[in-house]
Ligand binder design. Sequence first.
Ligand SMILES: Nc1ncnc2c1ncn2[C@@H]1O[C@H](COP(=O)(O)OP(=O)(O)OP(=O)(O)O)[C@@H](O)[C@H]1O
Ligand code: SF4
Ligand SMILES: [Mg+2]
Length: 373
Amino acid sequence: MLTEVPPTVIDDNRMVRCHHTDQVERMAAAELPVGIPSVVDRSGAPLLRLAGVSKTFEQGGKHIKAVRDVSIEVYPGETLGLVGESGSGKTTLAHSILGLTAPDEGSVIEFGKEPLPPVTRRRSIAQIRGIQIVFQNPDSALNRRHSVRRIIGRSLRRLGQVPSETVNEELLHITSAVRLTERHLDMRPAQLSGGLKQRVAIARAFAGKPRLVVCDEPTSSLDVSVQAAILNLLGDLQRDSSTSYLFISHDLRVVRYLSDRIAVMYLGRIMELGPAERVFDGPHHPYTEALLSAAPSVDGDGRVRIRLEGEIPSAVNVPSGCVFHTRCPRKLEGDVCSTIEPPLLATPDGGVIRCHIPYEELAAVQVTVSRQP
Ligand SMILES: Nc1ncnc2c1ncn2[C@@H]1O[C@H](COP(=O)(O)OP(=O)(O)OP(=O)(O)O)[C@@H](O)[C@H]1O
Ligand code: SF4
Ligand SMILES: [Mg+2]
């Protein structure tokens, strides 16, 4: 049976009836970002500090060790990229920061030098306002029964504490900042394309002038060229507001362009953290090396996944020693990798790598490989 395709607003001047509106938006999309440079001052206190953060879920009598002993810092105006295969604990870590899931006892999360209560309901309005999230799928994040005006207006009043008489003025300001127009304000999410919906979600996240925005794969449900427009928008908003980002993505190319530093997770652990260029160009952790050499694939649900050889082990029965040893192409002779968990060792650029192979040796073997014909 044929049904009429509902209208989708593309921009202020265009409305189409088509199942493939993202293809229309493709034409309006900006060029791919060519890197978003920022100068981050790390001499002062970090905005966000995590020390020994772990999260264990209990399910059917089993302990799922989703996040293990994570210590990271995010500085004002910085973008920290977070990459890792599906199930490595990225979202669980993000949810712990947001207070959506309580981390294990002993975990420390500080925001602006103050300890953050583990769950949102115990956080102050300033703490809630200070950290916002943009989810992967704007459809599930936005109330489909409400207009864009109501969705963003509510956040302006509640988080931005904007008085009722100036809400309209602020609405216009924020919608223009995310490059929506006044016409979009009276639309409902279902009338907007994927890219426009994500702009609404971003406007909502920025309504309370947050200091940190956690972006959990904000572009992976969007058409590739729409992704570029959204990334440019996030870069512009950061430049204008000095907001910090924790940017989670499977798309290593996206993470590289947006991030100042990158953390790589595997089975709940940070395996490597360092400046974006070094994490990409090497020397890098053998897991990062494997991720970079694996081609991303698209799942049935449209999500981009990184796939390495072999299955990722279960977070219930994590391997002994180095948790990556069951799949590591650089595993050392003998049993050191399978029996002793390597500590995070400092790299000359202020980063860390968790591997028994010393940094200089990683540099030597990885350069040798890249020079081979
Ligand atoms: N609410 C939950 N209850 C039980 N286990 C969970 C829960 N949420 C996550 N897990 C488990 O915790 C581990 C980490 O999951 P998480 O969703 O954080 O990974 P991820 O890196 O975000 O993966 P993806 O890339 O697929 O989004 C997985 O083993 C997952 O099955
Ligand atoms: S410690 Fe061993 S198994 Fe782990 S990443 Fe390094 S070489 Fe590979
Ligand atoms: Mg996730």
